[in-house]
Design a binder for this molecule. Structure first.
Ligand SMILES: C[S@@+](CC[C@H](N)C(=O)[O-])C[C@H]1O[C@@H](n2cnc3c(N)ncnc32)[C@H](O)[C@@H]1O
Length: 309
């Protein structure tokens, strides 16, 4: 049975659930996995769990988030101790646990952006959704019903992620184009960028928007360097579709992955399945028929002919 992908950070848009499906389109074994828009690094963790690559590069423009991931991997014990002190503080804080969240948020925005504070904000904020205001301050509100992951619950995942990535993973917090410049043939780059509908100035869900045209042009760099890549592209935000396909000149193939039931449709009493696009670079596309045959075979194993559900 497949082991559940361990995770540390709750992060809106995390690919943890979809990771096993996405991994099928990567080679069984390759030199290095590069994640320029890593977020919670769910894909890197999932790939490491299957020992897919010899090395990993985790990058995100959000510096405090990357420092959090790096500390979890390099010093799990120290991280857990620091986080326990911050988390426990909410139960004795004058004014209560919500006032404590705002105090940590103020400290974070004033420069105390150490991993334990970053983690506490992520663990306690609404939907794990990172929001920064125009002034660059973290401005997401606390989820009033929750106290955030308890340190004892977190311990197992933190230790597991550290054991998976320690010694084989490098971290950086630079723009994705700088990461592209550091890639070499033999790398597989997995990208989950914030772009189109979800990244304009009115939506502060991400630190910085990524312009569609600029992104599409930068992909040419990878093609020229002979680097293989995969791009997740949900193209859907708040029930609306933002469907600009990537330019055909890039030579990618687009496959649709079943992402699960739409939570919005469920609220309206309907059961509709949402799909997410995955662009597969030219070099990896030849494996698609085999992956699809394997998917179909697995489905028929689960649901033999004549059995419906
Ligand atoms: C959709 S999220 C990635 C989620 C991730 N796949 C996961 O499983 O958690 C996109 C990420 O891109 C980062 N980002 C935004 N602009 C960037 C840029 N120019 N270069 C690198 N990262 C960027 C954001 O901080 C955000 O974490």
């Amino acid at each position: 049975m497949r082991m559940a992908v361990p995770h540390i950070v709750q992060y809106q848009g995390s690919k943890r659930i979809l990771a096993p499906q996405i991994l099928r389109y990567m080679p069984k074994r390759f030199n290095r996995m590069v994640e320029p828009f890593a977020g919670s690094a769910a894909m890197t963790i999932a790939a490491a769990l299957e020992s897919r690559a010899g090395a990993y590069l985790v990058n995100d423009l959000n510096g405090p988030l990357v420092r959090l991931l790096e500390t979890v991997v390099s010093s799990p014990g120290e991280f857990l101790r620091d986080y326990a002190a911050v988390w426990e503080g909410q139960f004795s804080f004058p004014g209560g646990h919500l006032a404590h969240f705002y105090k940590i948020r103020d400290d974070f925005n004033a420069g105390d952006d150490r991993p334990a504070n970053m983690f506490y904000l992520l663990a306690r904020c609404v939907k794990g959704s990172v929001r920064y205001g125009k002034n660059g301050n973290f401005n997401q509100s606390p989820d009033k019903r929750r106290h955030g992951t308890s340190p004892s619950k977190l311990e197992r995942n933190v230790k597991c992620v550290s054991a998976l990535l320690k010694g084989s993973t490098k971290f950086s917090a630079v723009d994705y184009r700088e990461v592209f410049d550091r890639t070499v043939s033999g790398d597989v780059v997995y990208m989950d960028p914030p772009y189109q509908g979800v990244s304009d100035a009115r939506d502060c869900r991400y630190l910085s928007g990524v312009a569609f045209n600029e992104f599409a042009e930068s992909l040419e760099t990878l093609n020229r360097r002979g680097v293989d890549y995969l791009i997740s592209y949900d193209g859907e935000c708040g029930g609306r579709e933002y469907g600009r396909d990537l330019p055909p000149e890039l030579g990618c193939r687009k496959v649709m992955l079943k992402a699960g039931l739409s939570s919005q449709a469920l609220l309206l009493g309907r059961k509709s399945v949402t799909y997410e696009a995955l662009y597969v670079s030219k070099g990896l596309a030849s494996a698609i028929p085999a992956v699809e045959a394997e998917n179909a075979a697995q489905k028929s194993n689960f649901f033999p002919e004549g059995v419906s559900w």
